[in-house]
Design a protein around this ligand. Sequence first.
Ligand SMILES: [Zn+2]
Length: 145
Amino acid sequence: MPYFKGVSERITRILNRAGAKTFYSRSQKLRGDILSQPKDPLSKKHTACVYSIPCSCGQQYIGQTKRPLRVRVVELKRATEQGKAEGSALAEHAHCNNHTPLWADVTSIVKVKHLGMRLIREALEIRVNEKSTINRMDGKDVSHM
Ligand SMILES: [Zn+2]
């Protein structure tokens, strides 16, 4: 995938040159550049992505996985149904507030093979969508603006 390859190199260059803070200020542009919507995010072949799971309350949970997204979704669904709040912010949110994640509306935001890049993208997506996400924010990966 030469398109993503180029993007990864650009991100690396930006990170090396300017650090994560500057990188974040450019995230809106990067987001527009590399946003992709796969046709079927829950197909077996759809692996290594940053994903979004909407909740019945209108908020969303953003996460990343290297495995097939459908496997991760099954896991999260089980954790949520069993009320295993420790394992996931989504399970905790749904359980404590009596909300229902909209499993049928799971979307893959972007496929990123490289773990480091995937974690950066996840952190950026959470930061950019800060007001609408139910993720636990620790702010470790991305500087505060
Ligand atoms: Zn909710």
